[in-house]
Ligand binder design. Sequence first.
Ligand code: GLU
Length: 507
Amino acid sequence: MSKEKLGPVRLRVAPSPTGDPHVGTAYMSLFNLAFTRKEGGQFILRIEDTDRARFRADSEQQVFDTLHWLGLHWDEGPDVGGPVGPYRQSERLGSYAPYAARLLADGHAYHCWCSTERLASMREEQQKNKRPTGYDRLCHGRTREERAALPGFSDTPVLRMLVPDDVDLTFEDLIRGTVSAPRPDDQVIVKADGFPTYHLAVVVDDHEMGITHVVRGEEWISSTPKHLLLYRWLGLKAPQFAHMPLLRNVDKSKISKRKNPAARLTWFQEQGYLPEALGNFLALLAYPPRQDAEGNDVEVFTFEEFAKDFDWRKVNPVGPIFDLKKLDWLNGVHIRGLDLGDFAHRLLPFLTTDGVLGDNPSLGELARLRTVAELVQTRIVTLTEATPLVAPFYVADDDLHIADDARAGLGPDAARVLDAAIESLGALDDTATGVLGSEAAWTAPAIEAALRSSLIDGLGLKARLAFGPLRTAVSGARVSPPLFESMEILGRHSTMERLRRLREQLT
Ligand code: GLU
């Protein structure tokens, strides 16, 4: 791709690889990408890895993996390349010096030799005297020698912006309209080690990468006037800005990885949420439901539907509450919307991790999974919940463990129920198939009819008392997929074995 073909819009997400990816990275990417796709531009992944103290080596790969898992694919980035690379800040270090030099030469930036101790005591003094905190410009206008003669001198200077008194503190935000930010301090733009700070790097990178719209969290609002100053001083065209509302915990505090496991993107994968549901959930956090033809709210949608008529003005600037109950609901809806083969396929990694299936399931095991999955699909909220429901279909009859609560709940009629069930089911013929329409075939309807007649009509029991012991016998649990269908899938032999096994334990 040549640079001339860029556009019409170019957006980026710029995570710092400082550990497990934050859910905010997915949330920002989702909104960035929705607008990019609607406008037909490029979405860029830039890794802001210059904070070496917080850098984690495996974190970048986790960012790639989790965003791909969510279907939020980028057009340019460190792994796929692109026309304006490199896409890792640590590989762009050479590019910032000329901009810094120009700011210094033009008098928009100055060296500051104040030691950290001096800055700390200055701040303390300001706080004590209830004055606004901020750099007091001791170094401004002084040569190195002049400054060295004063206390609190450090050998390696930083570079600071000389923020003018009449700095424009308002800017236009695509979500919020006119925004005003507090007056900034003389921001450090090059650190003592020569590395640019975020503020210089973000402006230079966004410019050099042709970014047209900067979409980021609202915590950056106070930095935007500084960035706009840098654009102006450097004679660069500033991008448009959209500051997304921060995600909040139910108690309104900011979502942090320390306090909330759900701040980690990998948590959602581990818990068995579908990427479609998480994307839908993150979109709804800051975006209104769609409307159907009759004008009703539709909360369940795909990324494509979300992106189709995306509009920044619809984003709600008020910090959305991260309510996992809503996600659970959406996840159930998206699970039920999957076609059966896809659903079974999504269960596989969980069943493997949980030891229900081996790494290389046989064709027979996979075929059975499809039939079991159909029974389970309407009964779970997260994919992890499938494991206990599916597991009984993959254990040998002798190895089926009867859970303590299920055993305790068997009730006084269990032995008679099992005897009657064994007898009536024994009369069903599993050589005939349901397809042929034989009434005595081993099919769920035939099993149900036989059991109803022997237990409910014959023994005069209520359905719960009649079927509870049978459920425990075949699944080992109190809760299982529907009983008659389960028996059909298990087959006559296994079903009878399991009924007999429990019956024997009761004598
Ligand atoms: N690295 C910054 C962050 O992780 C990027 C902020 C921005 O998008 O400008 O929040």
